[in-house]
Design a protein. Structure first.
Length: 362
């Protein structure tokens, strides 16, 4: 080999090394689901599979977007995320699309040293689901503000029942919760309209807030409008109303007798009721560590919701694999980047040492 040729080969080698040392961003689509992959310049071999929360529309990604989880990428962690092929409560699609992306990443970039799943809100539910369904694919999970446990129970007891009780105090203000019209949409204007109604009837609003555990009319209005849209989503997916409250006894209001005498009762459509059970019913049989982080006040998914999943894991003999932490904020998923990264470090340490994390001091 001549000196000139050696020089060219050496220069090409340096250029290739420099190229490989650069952060890599890949966006694309798999089976109709958009995806984004962020691989740091000095990848440590740790991969985070991120599941986004509820969005009425499919999520898209742009090459020029800044990394959503820059703290992870800066520390050498690769992050992949699917936009799912469908919007809404697309649990079925999200499971398939997330797993397809993880396999794609492994095939192209190599098998990670460690793989963790992480998600916000509905993505927290997916974190739980993926850990239970594919334990050999993940080393652990970080569930953030998620409705952990049975989707059927959460949707019925928190979402549907809140609309039923709201309608008792404010009849006709929102569409029939068992048959939401297809043109119903969430909007700031609708939120403001319901908030104004609550403000105009302080006695009823106080009773409703007491029952829901929501301290402000603004939060209650936003939550109740959102739940109405969720019910529409579920009814369209299942072909009818999946919930039945004939045997439900409501409590926690100034006059529970009057409420139960006057509240509307609804019958579930059998097909729709069966459909919602296909979302995934958790078993609690974890075999990998899972850390859940919640704010101390969340109007959508109250912090007591994941307690039921803690009980489920204990009954399944897997309580040692589930831990919870709280952060002192109000609002749905109001968890800072620093708190999320701290939780991830706790999860990694748990996996490495076998020692369950404790509540950090703030």
């Amino acid at each position: 080999m001549t000196l000139a040729l050696k020089s060219v080969v050496f220069s090409m080698t340096l250029a290739l090394a420099a190229c490989q040392a650069q952060p890599r961003v890949e966006v694309g689509e798999i089976n109709g689901a958009a995806f984004r992959i962020d691989v740091p310049a000095k990848w440590t071999g740790v991969l985070v599979v991120y599941c986004h929360g509820y969005n009425p529309n499919t999520v898209k990604f742009a090459q020029s977007d800044k990394p959503q989880f820059s703290g992870f990428v800066d520390s050498g962690v690769a992050v992949i995320q699917s936009g799912y092929a469908a919007g809404g409560w697309a649990v079925e699609q999200a499971i398939q699309d997330t797993e397809a992306l993880r396999r794609y990443f492994t095939g192209k970039y190599g098998k990670p040293v460690e793989t963790y799943v992480m998600g916000h809100s509905m993505g927290g539910f997916l974190t739980m689901t993926l850990l239970e369904k594919f334990p050999n694919s993940y080393d652990g999970g970080l569930a953030l503000c998620g409705p952990l446990g049975s989707a059927e129970q959460f949707m019925e007891r928190r979402v549907f029942d809140m609309r039923v009780v709201f309608d008792y105090y404010f009849p006709g203000a929102l569409p029939n919760p068992a048959k939401v019209p297809a043109d119903f949409r969430m909007s700031r204007e609708k939120n403001a309209e319901i908030e104004a109604l609550l403000n105009s009837k302080p006695e009823q609003a106080t009773a409703m807030r007491q029952w829901a555990g929501i301290p402000t009319n603004r939060d209650l209005a936003g939550t109740i409008v959102f739940w109405t849209y969720i019910l529409l989503d579920l009814q369209q997916r299942g072909g009818g109303n999946p919930f039945d409250n004939h045997d439900t006894i409501y409590s926690g209001t100034p006059d529970d007798n009057k409420l139960n005498d006057g509240v509307a009762r609804y019958t579930a459509d059998p097909r729709a009721a069966e459909y919602i059970r296909t979302f995934y019913t958790p078993s609690g049989r974890l075999t990998r560590p899972m850390l859940a982080i919640h704010t101390t006040y969340d109007p959508l998914v109250p912090p007591w919701v994941p307690n039921g999943y803690a009980d489920l894991t204990r009954m399944a003999g897997a309580g040692q694999w589930f831990a919870q932490q709280y952060v002192k904020h109000g609002g749905h998923c109001a968890i800072t980047s620093q708190e999320m990264e701290r939780g991830f470090h706790d999860l990694q340490s748990w996996k490495a040492t076998g020692k369950r994390p404790i509540q950090p001091t703030n």
